[in-house]
Design a protein around this ligand. Structure first.
Ligand SMILES: [Zn+2]
Ligand SMILES: [Zn+2]
Length: 329
């Protein structure tokens, strides 16, 4: 059994459990084991033979039993049961998106805002995975709690980026921003600033409970902005703890498709936004996607294989995912 496939299954279990109030703790354990396996790629067959799966960090008896099932039968009965309970589609092997073809991630954070690693550490993490590019997209000024970046700090950041770029061969750093979509749909930085950045990810972060009509206007204004490349975590949901924004998804996604703005599948397991269900709907409306880790530390790049698994289960074809294209946009 390929370690990545096992990690993907554990991750899906974590995702499904997260939505059940009393299983939150177990959900986190599955997610944590999942990315340990995605990062370390242990030889699962050998560990199974020697009965030592619990030697993997974060794998206890319960998770080891799921792994045994995966290794011996190629599927997890526990996962199948959860899917059935929660009305999720069964696995669809044919459409699986292979992480090997994933060229780069355009959504990541550094210590310039709320990331836990420096730009250099993030760049080296991406380089180690063989990525061709990495988007550095810290938060915008309105998100004051995380020290969001204004024009002046973006300029200073670009100087650091030029230095870091010299230290990472084969990886192109893209300077971007995750700009907040304000209540009225304006963006949290002037056009003149957005224009010069390589990547603009626009996201709603606050006032997600706006009434749906106002929220629709807000999102429509954002997808009409010519500088926006991607709508990041389009609903702001946190499965199991925060319902996302409600708006006329069909209208907004249709406009996004028309304006060639991609929708994000944010692979952070605490978000998974768009959800597979909504991604399927956006796909039917003609949208493109980016699948991103929204990493705040290099280890979180491991979220991507899980997000790809969920995207493939939503029926999103590879050619609609920009991270597989030679150039992300
Ligand atoms: Zn953040
Ligand atoms: Zn982010």
């Amino acid at each position: 059994m390929d370690a990545i496939v096992a990690a993907q299954a554990l991750s899906e279990i974590g995702y499904l459990l997260r939505q059940q109030e009393k299983e939150r703790f177990r959900a986190k354990a599955f997610s944590a084991a999942s990315w340990t396996i995605a990062l370390e790629r242990p030889d699962l067959g050998r560990l199974r033979k020697t009965d030592s799966l619990t030697s993997i960090d974060g794998v206890g008896e319960g998770i080891a039993r799921v792994l045994v099932d995966l290794i011996d039968h190629g599927e997890s009965r526990y996962l199948n049961r959860l899917r059935e309970q929660m009305g999720q589609p069964a696995r669809n092997d044919e459409s699986q998106l292979d992480f090997a073809g994933y060229r780069g991630d355009i959504h990541s954070h550094t210590t310039w805002s709320d990331g836990r690693a420096t730009m250099l550490e993030m760049a080296e993490g991406a380089q180690a995975l063989g990525y061709k590019y990495l988007g550095i997209t810290d938060h915008s000024p309105r998100i004051t709690v995380v020290h969001g970046l204004d024009a002046e700090r973006l300029l200073a950041q670009s100087r650091e980026m030029a230095e870091v770029q010299k230290q990472v061969d084969g990886l192109t750093l893209l300077q971007g921003i995750q700009v907040d979509i304000l209540e009225d749909g304006a963006l949290d930085l002037p056009d003149a600033v957005l224009e010069i950045l390589d990547v603009v990810i626009a996201s709603p972060h606050v006032k997600l409970r706006q009434d749906p009509a106002a929220m629709t206007e807000r999102m429509l204004r954002a997808v009409a902005n010519p500088h926006v490349d991607v709508i990041g975590h389009p609903t702001g949901r946190r499965p199991g703890s925060r319902e996302g924004a409600t708006y006329d998804f069909e209208a907004v996604f249709t406009e996004a498709a028309r304006n060639r703005i991609a929708l994000e599948i944010d692979c952070d397991p605490a978000r998974l936004d768009l959800s597979p269900e909504m991604a399927r709907m956006a796909h039917e409306l003609g949208c493109d996607f980016v699948v991103d880790a929204d990493a705040h530390a290099p280890a979180e790049f491991a979220y991507v294989p899980m997000g790809l698994w969920m995207a493939s289960r939503a029926g999103i074809p590879r050619e609609k995912i920009r991270n597989f294209r030679p150039s992300w946009n």
